[in-house]
Design a protein around this ligand. Structure first.
Ligand code: FES
Length: 247
């Protein structure tokens, strides 16, 4: 997929989302890095340090939003100053159960997860469980005194293999629905249920490991009728399947 020039310019102009309200100037810029058939959409995040007073201090830490991010590009990045000229950049999805990890806390000495108490180093390593794995880390380097470049993974768009979403059962469904498939890589998967007319009715996301998965989801509040379920697997385009509810 080639990134249209208009969309590229739009990204540059709107890539100013940062932690908290920063209405004045763009705080970060999403820049095109490559635009080839193999890597149709990729980019680095440019952080202007003058927009983040927190990053002037050692262990100052901020959360930065990545515009239009789709897996494997993270939606948010925690940037922490770890030295005079060193910075660490990690995503904020806890590897335990997918809660959002907070920025660096000096009293705790790390990035805490508010759900079950995991603690991560600014560079992503697990300091305290129950998190089983480090946070994803992205290379970050100063380009000049005030400009930090964070390298983000390529957003590779491939045809989604059919086995990503094996089956929706039972179909017709009653009080619950079972969703099964196989993921080529672990990550946060998003699920959405739409009415036949396209209205979004339910949405949730959860961490799924690499390999086969099987979920059971309650359909409380979903009236009998025709629906679509959408799975957005980590690193792949969305997949949709129709199903019906009868009771
Ligand atoms: S989700 Fe973070 S510790 Fe459980």
């Amino acid at each position: 997929m080639k990134l249209p020039r208009r969309e590229f310019l739009s990204r540059c102009l709107t890539a100013a989302l940062a932690a908290g309200a920063r209405a004045a100037l763009p705080a970060s810029l999403w820049t095109a890095r490559t635009a080839t058939a193999a890597q149709p959409l990729a980019g680095d995040l440019i952080i202007r340090l003058s927009d983040y007073p927190e990053l002037q201090q050692l262990f100052g830490s901020v959360k930065v939003s990545v515009p239009d991010a789709r897996p494997p590009v993270p939606q948010r990045i925690i940037v922490t100053r770890t030295g005079a000229t060193e910075f660490a950049a990690v995503d904020d999805i806890c590897t335990h159960a997918g809660c959002l990890v907070n920025t660096y806390r000096r009293d705790l000495g790390g990035l805490p997860c508010p759900c079950h108490g995991a603690l991560y180093a600014p560079t992503g390593e697990v300091l305290r469980g129950p998190a089983p794995r480090p946070l994803n880390r992205f290379p970050a380097a100063l380009e000049d005194e005030q400009t930090l470049r964070i390298q983000l993974p390529s957003e590779v768009v491939e045809p989604a293999p059919a086995q990503l979403l094996h089956a929706i059962t039972p179909n017709p469904a009653g009080e619950w629905i079972a969703i099964s498939g196989t993921l080529p890589n672990a990550g946060i998967a998003r699920f959405r249920i739409f009415s036949a007319s396209g209205k979004l009715l339910l949405e949730w996301q959860q961490y799924l490991p690499e390999g086969p998965f099987a979920l059971r989801y309650p359909l409380a509040g979903i009236a009998p009728g025709a629906y679509w379920i959408e799975l957005l697997p980590p690193g792949h385009p969305p997949l949709q399947r129709p199903f019906t509810v009868v009771r």
